[in-house]
Structures are given as C-alpha cells and as structure tokens.
Design a protein around this ligand. Structure first.
Ligand SMILES: Cc1cc2nc3c(=O)[nH]c(=O)nc-3n(C[C@H](O)[C@H](O)[C@H](O)COP(=O)(O)OP(=O)(O)OC[C@H]3O[C@@H](n4cnc5c(N)ncnc54)[C@H](O)[C@@H]3O)c2cc1C
Length: 297
C-alpha cells in the first residue's frame, strides 16, 4: 500500500440555495450525491481522505434563522445551525445559563477550528466521540429540522442510530438546536480524556449535570452522558435512577460510576483499548459526578 502524503480535495460542485425549501428540494433530488455542510471541518477532511465523494456540497449557512443565537427567559436557548463554537463560548447567555455548553465547545480542538466548527455539525456528523453532544443531551436538546414536508422537531436523545447514522432522511436539514430553561441551580462538568491537550478527539468523554429535585428520594437528579464508549453517545439511565433513589454519598457516586462502566461497550481503536476506556469511564464518571455534587452544595 502506498501512502499518499499530499492528499487533495476531489472536485465537487458548490451549491448555495436561497431558501430552506430550495435546499431540501435539491438534497432530496440528489440523494446519495449531495450533502449539506456548515463549517466543513468534518466534511472536507473526510472528502480529502477519500471516505466520502459527494458531487454536490450544499451550503446551508445563511439560510433562514440558521445564524440566530437567542435566549428567552421563558422558552430557553436556540442555537442556529450555522452559529460557530466561538460565538457560543462568547455568549453571555450561554455563560450564565448553560456554562456546560461553553465548556464542551472549549474542549474542541483550537480557537481557529472553532471559528468554523458548529454544534449542529458536531451532532450531524454523529461520531460517538463528538465533544459537544453530551452537553446537548443532558440539557434536553431538541433539533429543528427542515425537510421536504416542512419543519419538524426531534429530541436529540432519539436522533443517533449508529456511528455516522442518524434519523435524518434525504432532504432533511437541521436548522437549529433548542434547549429548555435549565433546572434551577444546576451544576455541570465535562471531563475529556484525549491523547494530548489540544486538538484530539476524546478517548473517553464524560458529561455530568446535576440539580436538586424534591421529587427524587435522594433529593437530587443527575444526568450522565458518555462519549467514545458505545456506537452512539450514551446516557446510562441506570446512573440517573440509582442516584435519584439513594442518598448521595461518595460511596453512592462510586456505585453510580460502576453502573456507567457496566453500561458502556467501547471498542479498541488507535486512541485506546476497550479495556482502558471502560476503566476510564468509571474513574472519570466518579470525578465528574463528585465535582457536580460538590458544586451543588
Ligand atoms: C483538526 C480537527 C480537530 C478536531 N477536533 C475535534 C474535537 O476535539 N472534538 C470534536 O468533537 N470534533 C473535533 N473535530 C471534528 C469537527 O470539527 C466537529 O465535528 C465540528 O463540530 C463539525 O462541525 P462543522 O460545522 O464543521 O460540520 P460540517 O463538516 O459542515 O458537517 C458535519 C456533518 O454534518 C452534516 N451536516 C452539516 N450541516 C448539516 C445540517 N444543517 N443538517 C444536516 N446535516 C448536516 C454534513 O453533511 C456532515 O456529514 C475536529 C476536526 C478537525 C479537522
């Protein structure tokens, strides 16, 4: 096998539709040969490396509402598909109401990459390693999708079907992600383990969000999301149930971390072995949950 040390981008046709309807129409009529793109930080790399060879790239930035970043104290936060990660990190509303989202974005590569990369692109790429997906899951994100039949909404929790596989159909374009108002006094933490501090995908990523909840017998509700340890981003419900029903102590947190260890099914790859990943899920889940619990006071 010869190694191509100077891979080039294959030729493609750039399509810039004027409306969402036009974009969905084009994509549905060129299913298999056209795909939408935002920052292009996944698409262009995969094209250069020969994994995908679309004839048409449909630029869905600048279409109705996709550049919007809006917080409403009653309705919550809407992040348009084309809003890049640096804009999210810099948003005062995100910093005060959803700081975990900013923390997750900050863990992605470098400042330069984040001027292009978007949360919606991270989600639609559907890599189990996507660093921002966990925060979007624990905040109860809902996708706004424009398809050939118009607009619909879909919870992020049911969106992923496998690595690179989602429920999107030909012609579908995610236009935004919406988050409800976060639980009062909640605290969150993202712990990312990579091979280096900068610009590496996660070997394991653990997102935790917790808040007081008088409807739980423990008085607290925790949500945990795990990256890079299953075919899809994973929310082990066992952890949430256990911590809702048992008094929160350090022992209880370690038992919850063990449940996370049991729930995941990682693979061996260039970034780490399955065995190492499982151990790290236990250690980092304990770390993230402990920090969140401490911050809840
Ligand atoms: C050097 C480098 C470092 C990286 N480091 C990290 C990292 O640390 N953590 C991490 O999680 N990722 C990392 N990535 C991957 C990538 O940057 C992220 O996944 C990014 O969030 C993708 O966003 P984008 O806007 O560039 O997506 P794009 O590349 O534009 O699109 C991504 C995918 O989503 C589809 N898509 C795009 N827009 C839509 C839409 N509106 N509706 C439906 N489908 C759509 C595209 O067809 C494509 O399949 C890195 C990439 C590079 C090149």
């Amino acid at each position: 096998m010869t190694l191509n040390t100077h891979p080039a981008l294959p030729e493609f046709e750039y399509i810039r539709p004027a409306t969402l309807a036009e974009a969905s129409d084009f994509l549905s009529h060129h299913s298999g040969t056209a795909r939408p793109f935002l920052g292009g930080t996944d698409v262009f790399v995969r094209m250069r490396d020969g994994f995908i060879t679309p004839e048409f790239l449909v630029d869905v930035k600048n279409l109705d509402g996709t550049n919007e970043l809006r917080f409403d104290p009653q309705a919550g936060l809407t992040i348009g598909a084309a809003v890049n990660m640096n804009r999210i990190i810099a948003s005062a509303d995100v910093q005060t109401q959803y700081p975990l989202l900013a923390e997750a974005c900050l863990s992605v590569a470098s400042y330069q990459l984040r001027t292009r990369a978007t949360i919606v692109g991270n989600i639609c790429n559907a890599s189990p390693a996507g660093d921002t997906i966990g925060a979007c899951l624990v905040f109860g994100g809902v996708l706004h999708i424009h398809g050939v039949k118009g607009l619909r909404q879909e919870p992020l929790s049911t969106f992923f079907l496998g690595p690179g596989q989602t429920t999107l159909k030909p012609g579908d374009i995610v236009t935004a992600i919406h988050f409800p108002i976060p639980p009062e006094g909640c605290a969150g933490k993202y712990v990312k383990l990579g091979r280096n501090q900068l610009s590496d995908l996660s070997i394991v990523g653990v997102t935790a969000l917790g808040h007081k909840d008088s409807t739980c017998s423990s008085g607290y509700r925790f949500h945990l999301a795990l990256a890079s340890v299953a075919p899809v981003p994973l929310m082990p419900i066992e952890v949430e149930t256990y911590l809702a029903n048992n008094p929160i102590t350090l022992d209880a947190i370690h038992e919850a971390a063990r449940l996370a260890f049991e729930a995941c099914s990682p693979i061996d790859d260039v970034r780490g072995s399955a065995r190492y990943r499982k151990q790290m899920v236990r250690n980092l889940s304990a770390k993230a949950l402990t920090e969140v619990w401490k911050n809840l006071g």
